[in-house]
Every structure is written in structure tokens, then in C-alpha cells.
Design a protein around this ligand. Structure first.
Ligand SMILES: NC(=O)c1ccc[n+]([C@@H]2O[C@H](COP(=O)([O-])OP(=O)(O)OC[C@H]3O[C@@H](n4cnc5c(N)ncnc54)[C@H](OP(=O)(O)O)[C@@H]3O)[C@@H](O)[C@H]2O)c1
Length: 222
């Protein structure tokens, strides 16, 4: 049992989702509205801890009309429970689940940080030994009523999710921009596949221009 997972991201023509100096203002205002419309449609939004540490996102619906009930459940994949106490994702605007790994569970549960999070109604789910078990997490999210999940990065989590066969659809905004940089993260980093044959095949199902950007939708072929 797992949610239907849509990976959404913005990238430059050269596949970068952020520069090496952490500048990630990529797509136009129209695309940001499209992203928030998608957030309003889904039951959950998931990001990796790298994205929380870099961007401190709110992950709420705030660029289009919405009520507090439109905010999806926010999930942070964070094995070592490094989410900062001041992170905006832990505010009470929406339900938040931090997914940690079992090795770090007990020390965390008795810590003052855990107490602070609990006072804000932040929830926890533990799986995997040293790293979050994404299959177990998907199973848990489905059991919590999350049928449609938006994956909002970053590069490392995106690769693990596609490698595990957990992404169903990819929606990409390509901005007409090139930034280069060997250290700038791409849409999928991680350890990568060794051969093209091992790569994940996609089928283009939609494409359109949105102001200066290009929106592409792919189905992931299993
Ligand atoms: N342009 C866009 O659309 C867009 C969208 C989102 C993010 N971004 C950018 O992406 C960058 C962050 O990407 P990132 O690659 O550094 O971080 P990330 O993918 O957000 O988070 C990766 C971290 O998640 C944790 N994790 C736990 N279990 C995992 C598992 N099974 N598989 C993979 N990761 C797991 C790991 O840390 P632990 O082991 O400590 O748990 C890992 O280092 C930011 O700079 C952000 O601006 C861009």
C-alpha cells in the first residue's frame, strides 16, 4: 500500500535545481502558482532534511486561494532528526510528521528537542536502521489516509525515491536558464545508476509553455 507519488520540481535547462551557492529561485510567478495549486490538490508534501536545512520551507498553500484545511500533511525525511527547532515546517499551520531512523529514536525521544516538537503537535514515525526506510514510510503514510503525495525534493531524496520505484509521475518546470557548476545539485543525484539500461524509463504525457517556462509531465514506467 502506498500513495500515488508526484515529484514536482523546477530546474534550469542544464538540470540544476539549485546553484552551488544555494540560490534556488528558478521558475516564474505563474509556475509558483501552479505548484501551490498542486499542493492544494494533494494530501501530503514530502521533502528531505537537506531541503529543510537549505530553504526552511513552510510547505503550505499560500500563493493561491486556500483555507487552512487545504494545507497538506508535511513530511520531512530526517533519519537523524536534525530538523531545527525553529524550522517553519514545525509551525501549527498544518500537520507535520518527521520520519526518522530507528538508530536515533531513543536518544531523541528523551531529549528536550523532542519535547519542544511535541508541544507543537509534531508527530514522528521511525523506520529503517540508520536511514529512513522509504517503503515503510510510504506504507505508513497510506495508512494515515495520504492517497496522493507530492515529493518536493531535493536531489538526494528524489533519487532514492525513484530507485525504490516509489514515484509514479514527474512534473518538471524547465526555466530558460543555464547555471552550470559541477557542485550544483541536479534533479536526481544520489549514487546514480551504472548503466543506461538500469535507468528509469519515462513516458512524456503532457507539455506546455507557462509564461517563460516549459512544463513537462512524465509517467514513470515500471
Ligand atoms: N528546484 C527545486 O524544485 C528544488 C526543490 C527542493 C529542493 N531543492 C534544493 O535541493 C537541495 C537539497 O537537496 P539535498 O540532496 O541536499 O537534500 P534532500 O534530498 O532534501 O535531503 C536528503 C537527506 O534526506 C535524508 N534521508 C533520510 N533517509 C533517506 C533515504 N532513504 N534516501 C535519501 N535521503 C534520505 C538524508 O539525510 P539523513 O541521513 O541525515 O536523514 C539525506 O541526506 C536544496 O539546496 C534545495 O534548495 C530544489
Amino acid at each position: 500500500m502506498k500513495p500515488y507519488v508526484i515529484l514536482n520540481a523546477a530546474m534550469t535547462l542544464d538540470g540544476k535545481i539549485v546553484t552551488a551557492k544555494n540560490s534556488s529561485n528558478i521558475s516564474g510567478e505563474e509556475d509558483l502558482k501552479r505548484v501551490h495549486e498542486l499542493r492544494r490538490e494533494v494530501d501530503g508534501i514530502m521533502v528531505g532534511i537537506g531541503t529543510v536545512l537549505a530553504d526552511d520551507p513552510r510547505l503550505t498553500v499560500h500563493k493561491v486561494d486556500a483555507t487552512p484545511q487545504d494545507n497538506p500533511v508535511r513530511i520531512v525525511v530526517d533519519s537523524k532528526l536534525r530538523t531545527p527547532i525553529a524550522a517553519r515546517i514545525t509551525n501549527k499551520d498544518a500537520r507535520t510528521i518527521i520520519a526518522g531512523a530507528n538508530e536515533f529514536k531513543y536518544d531523541f525521544l528523551v531529549s528536550d528537542r523532542c519535547e519542544v516538537f511535541r508541544k507543537r503537535d509534531v508527530e514522528f514515525f521511525f523506520s529503517g536502521d540508520k536511514r529512513v526506510d522509504l517503503n515503510a514510510l510510504m506504507n505508513y503514510l497510506a495508512s494515515e489516509g495520504i492517497e496522493k503525495l507530492m515529493l518536493e525534493g531535493g536531489a538526494t531524496l528524489n533519487f532514492s525515491m525513484i530507485k525504490e520505484g516509489l514515484i509514479d509521475e514527474i512534473r518538471i518546470c524547465i526555466a530558460p536558464k543555464v547555471v552550470g557548476g559541477v557542485n550544483a545539485k541536479t534533479l536526481f543525484d544520489g549514487e546514480g545508476f551504472d548503466t543506461m539500461d538500469e535507468g528509469v524509463d519515462l513516458e512524456l504525457i503532457d507539455s506546455y509553455r507557462l509564461a517563460k517556462d516549459l512544463i513537462l509531465t512524465y509517467k514513470v514506467l515500471k
